[in-house]
Structures are given as C-alpha cells and as structure tokens.
Write a protein that binds this ligand. Structure first.
Ligand SMILES: *Cc1c(COP(=O)(O)O)cnc(C)c1O
Length: 470
C-alpha cells in the first residue's frame, strides 16, 4: 500500500516540469512568476494530500495541468467585473446597488488622476475640509441646515449614537428594533456605540405615552428607525414624527431618525406610494436624519447625517469621524450626483431613471429584446411577459413594481442550467427564473445591454457564451 502511494507521488509532475509547459509564458505575463508558482504549489500540495489520504487513486498529468491552468486563468482575470442585471431589482446590494451617472464617473476620474482641492482652500492657501465640497449641496437637496458625509449609513447611525448618546439612554420602539440585511442590527449598533437601549411599546403598537414614560434623567435621545425590508400590517400603531419631536423638545432630547434609503427626488412617476423624503422628515421636527448614498439617492456608497447645525458640529468634533471618512473618488461622485439634483436633471441618475420608466418604455424594451433573442436562438421558446420588479435596498418591501420581461425556454435545458451558463458567460448575466424558463427583467438593463445579452446568448460555450444552440 505504502509503496503504491510512493509510486503515485513520484508521478506527480514537478514544479519545474509544470513551469516548462509552453502555455505558461502567457499566464506568467499576466500574473508574474511568484504567483504562478504559488498556484502550482497549491495544486501539487493538494494532490499529495489526496494521495496520502486515499482520496485519489491515479495520476492523470493532463488533468492536473488542466486544473492548474484553469485556476491560473481565473486568477488572471479581474475578480470585480461588470454584470448585466436582468433581475429587475433596481437597488441590488449584491450587484453593487446604484449605477453611477456619467457625470459622476468623469468627476471620479478628474479627482483621482491629478492632485485636487480635497482638503485645501485655494483662496487662503490653507487646509480645508473635505466635507465642504458637498455640505451646501446636501443642504439644498434636503433642506437641512448642515450635513456630514461618512462611509455608509451604518457608520452615520453609529457616529450619531456614539457622539450624542454614549453612556446615556436612547429610547426606541420595539417595532423598530430591526435587522437590515448584511448584519446591521439596531440593538447591536446601539450597544457598540455605548448607548443604553431603552425599548418601549410592543412589536406592533407603540404610543407616545410609552416614549414619555421611558424618559429619565439619563435619556439623551429618541431614535426612530425605518423598518426597511419589513412591514407590520394589521393592528399596528406608531407615533407621528411631529409628536415625538414635541416630546424631544419638551424633555430637551435629541430626535434622531435612521431613514435608510433616503428619498430626495420626486418618485411619483414610478407609481410607488409616498415614502417619507429626507426634507419631510426634517420638516416634521426630526433633529438629525441619516440615510445611504447608494440606495434611492442613486449615488456612491456613503452615509449622510443631515439636520441641525449645532448637532452636526458636535459630530464634526468627534474623534470616531476620522475612522469613517470617505475617499476623494467617492466625494467627487457624490458631488456630481447632487449637482444633477440641483439642476433638476435627476433623470440622468440611473437608479431614478429605472424607477420612473413608463410601462410603454418597458414593454418596448422587452419587445426589442425578445426579437433579438429570437434571432439569436431560433430553437428557443421566447415570450414577452409582465413581471414584478422590485426597488430593493430595503425600500418599498411590499410594493412590487409592475414591469416587463422576456421569458426564454430552451428545449432540454433546465432554467437552473441556463441561469448558470448565463452567470458564467461573458459578459456575466444574472437573470430571474420561473419554472423551466429564464426571465430577463428589462427595467434594470442599461444602454447597450440588449446587444451584450444577445452576444452572451449567441456565443458558444467555449467562447464563454451561454450558447443557446451549442
Ligand atoms: C440600508 C439601511 C441601513 C444600512 O445602510 P448602509 O448604507 O448599507 O450602511 C441602515 N438602516 C436602514 C433603515 C437601512 O435601510
């Protein structure tokens, strides 16, 4: 037995043998010799282990080489790369949430290919504040006196709680102690910020008197949280912002709201019901509102705290801020997006545009896609169908968006198999499925995606295509 294993171990190709293969030069150019050798070492090491453990009974040199080569080619191509989103979920967190408008991309390039005024005031030749580039614009767009930008909304909530309520009590309704996808849990954030959580009311009903009774000498803050991806329906009561604001003023407390998505545009054209905008929340008496930049705002990943200047100034002086600050590329993108709002050109922001597409536009797109697919895949069964899209990002959880899509069935191929082929194709396509059909939702397709999708479907497997015919 031992001899047999020794025999097999000797048959494993050596590092030098692998390095001498003709195809290696091409990969070495992409990865460098050191990385190349480490991948070979991994493959050889795993094989040795498998032999010793009896998990492998023969050595196939060609298969080993093929495995090593496949791993190297995968490592040689960019890991973070574009995807066609045919899910109809507009703010798809796993696919990068909001797509940036051209104006923002240009601003990112300009801000990062040269030195910039990031923290420099040209008028006096002295240090400036990076937040200054966007604060006035945020005030214009939200109606806030002052605003501060940090890494994301989770950071914004953490900063507010730590700077304003550490070692004190924060009162929050039991109906708003939510977990947002990706492990953002209100009780955990409060604990981490060092504020004592005082829960009031019940899961489904909380009254003003519940808040009022909970306030003590140690209370610093009333917290309201947008429940985002979940809703309480039926026998339910929550307290109006105006009433909470009056209580906060009477007891000299800070009223903080985590608004989550943070709508600033008029999304009436989307047919979606009214979602409280940042301006409405502030007007109702909330002192500080926090929201994300890459959800309904349609910008880069940031978090905003907007509201009363005196409180924002306290946040500016809090040391944690330094650990949450945003990069120049992000600030540049945010500034460009805010300027589009200022000029009333929010239609140029892809997230806003996708949410406000008309039924006619969507249907026309679906018809166009269907005819391209039918040409590309003559043996396929192609149908234009009404579908339900979604806002995503925790906004409007119950309200589906009426959309249009193209359903595709290939004889003898399951929808799961076709979805996988599409994901692994070039370009990668993430699509929905319904029974034995793959469904392409057209709302989230970007300019040029129809042609790319057709290409992905038409290409044969070996070209990285999903090969409807092959
Ligand atoms: C999305 C969301 C968060 C987290 O925001 P990020 O920008 O992803 O950090 C926090 N609170 C609410 C209510 C949200 O909807």
């Amino acid at each position: 037995m031992r001899d047999e294993i020794q025999n097999l171990l000797r048959k494993i190709p050596s590092m030098d043998e692998l390095l001498s293969r003709p195809w290696v030069n091409e990969v070495e150019e992409l990865l460098g010799r050191k990385a190349l050798k480490s991948v070979f070492a991994d493959v050889i090491g795993e094989l040795r282990l498998a032999l010793r453990e009896g998990a492998c009974e023969a050595i196939d040199v060609a298969a080993i080489e093929q495995e090593a080569r496949a791993r190297l080619l995968a490592k040689a191509s960019p890991s973070l790369h574009p995807v066609i989103n045919a899910t109809g979920i507009v703010i798809h967190t796993n696919l990068g949430r909001s797509v940036l408008p051209q104006e923002a991309l240009e601003a990112v390039r300009l801000s990062s290919e040269r030195y910039s005024t990031l923290e420099y005031r040209l008028d006096v030749g002295e240090r400036g504040e990076r937040n200054d580039h966007v604060e006035w614009l945020l005030s214009q767009v939200t109606g806030a006196d002052a605003a501060l930008v940090v890494n994301n909304n989770a950071a914004a909530v953490l900063l507010c709680l730590a700077a304003l309520a550490k070692d004190k009590e924060s009162v929050v309704s039991r109906g708003e102690l939510v977990e947002i996808g990706g492990s953002f849990r209100i009780p955990d954030v409060m604990a981490f910020a060092g504020t004592r959580m005082v829960e009031v009311g019940t899961t489904n009903r909380t009254h003003l008197s519940d808040y009022a009774k909970a306030v003590t000498e140690s209370t610093a803050l009333l917290l309201k949280v947008h429940p985002s991806n979940y809703r309480i329906v039926g026998f339910h009561a929550e307290v109006e912002r105006e009433a909470l604001s009056a209580l906060a003023r009477e007891k000299e407390l800070i009223f903080l709201e985590d608004l989550g998505s943070g709508v600033v545009a008029d999304l009436a054209a989307s047919g979606l019901g009214a979602e409280t905008t940042v301006a409405q929340s502030l007007m109702a008496g909330v002192d500080l509102v926090t929201f994300s930049g890459d959800k309904l705002l349609g910008g880069p990943q940031i978090g905003v705290v907007a509201g009363r200047r005196q409180l924002i100034d306290r946040l500016r002086r809090f040391p944690l801020l330094r650990a949450l600050r945003v990069d120049k590329m992000t600030l540049a993108a945010l500034e460009a997006v805010l300027r589009l709002y200022l000029r009333g050109q929010e239609g140029a922001i892809p997230t806003v545009a996708m949410l406000t597409l008309s039924q006619d536009d969507l249907k026309r797109r679906a018809d166009a896609l269907a005819s391209v697919i039918a040409t590309q895949c003559p043996e396929a069964d192609v149908d234009v169908i009404p579908v339900e899209d979604a806002v995503g990002g925790g906004a409007y959880p119950e309200q589906p968006l009426q959309g249009w899509g193209v359903a595709l069935a290939l004889p003898g191929v399951s929808s799961g198999t076709l979805q996988r082929r599409l994901r692994l194709g070039k370009p990668a396509v993430v699509a929905a499925a319904e029974k034995d059909r793959v469904v392409f939702h057209v709302r989230t397709l970007l300019e040029g995606d129809v042609d790319l999708l057709a290409k992905a479907l038409g290409a044969r497997d070996e070209e990285g295509g999903s090969g409807c015919g092959s």
